[in-house]
Design a protein around this ligand. Sequence first.
Ligand SMILES: Cc1cc2nc3c(=O)[nH]c(=O)nc-3n(C[C@H](O)[C@H](O)[C@H](O)COP(=O)(O)O)c2cc1C
Length: 269
Amino acid sequence: MKSTEQNERQQDRISDVLAVQRNHRTIRQFTDEPIDKMQIAEIKAVADRTASSMGLQMASVLRITDQSIRTVFGEVTGQPYVADAPELWVFVADLHRNATIVEQKTGKKPVIGMGKFMSAYADALLMAQNVMNAVEALGLGGAFIGSIANDLSRVRQALHLPDGTYAALAVIFGHPDQTPEQKPRMPQNMRFFENTYPTDDTYLGEWDAYDEQMQAYTDLRHPDKTLPSFTDQAIRSFSGPANGRDALLSFLSRSGFQLFSEDRESSKA
Ligand SMILES: Cc1cc2nc3c(=O)[nH]c(=O)nc-3n(C[C@H](O)[C@H](O)[C@H](O)COP(=O)(O)O)c2cc1C
């Protein structure tokens, strides 16, 4: 039986974890203080423990310390804070490693289809989130960087990524040099459901209060103005032609993924 003291200590640790996660906010500005080596090792250990689809460990991480590669990231993302952040880690959906095992042990070239790609992509994203949790638990701060997708060919070239790999997401982190407000979230009933997806469409009026909150929020990236309402952000993001980031299939085909093969196989049947 656990003593009351043990139970209390366990309870404290649980509430510490939840408090860190509830306190999440994106940090984009950092002091010059480098991250302690022990902390890097701690974060790596957490990343390494991340669950992976089928246990196949299809995520890899590149820690970017070379200034010339960092410059490429600054240019591709159009976000200078990416190049300057104390730490810049790239999370790669990695089917290359296991494909190499298959090739070397069987002499056969494996097919890397959509299912495997999605598993590796999930592995990489989960690892990135786990790293963010560890970063925040250590009192540091960070940001996910998806804008590497602005020019995936350049990223691939800069990182010498082989066939069967895809740079899924980057994370920057360091000692925070800003204290942003938490960004408002939509009411929970808009996105947490029970059992089945609701059939009734939400009415525009239901967004009004959230739109107002968002417009009152000051994003420290542009402290001189407040954000557009949430519904305006959604309209902007979903209107207009698909951009370069949507032209993924041809990029992935050039990166050694055979994402059409399954459909072709089943259409033959
Ligand atoms: C997949 C993903 C990609 C993101 N890409 C970028 C990015 O390229 N640059 C950036 O500054 N923030 C990026 N962010 C951070 C989001 O802008 C941020 O999480 C969102 O506005 C909510 O703010 P909060 O994290 O402070 O709650 C990204 C977040 C996610 C989850």
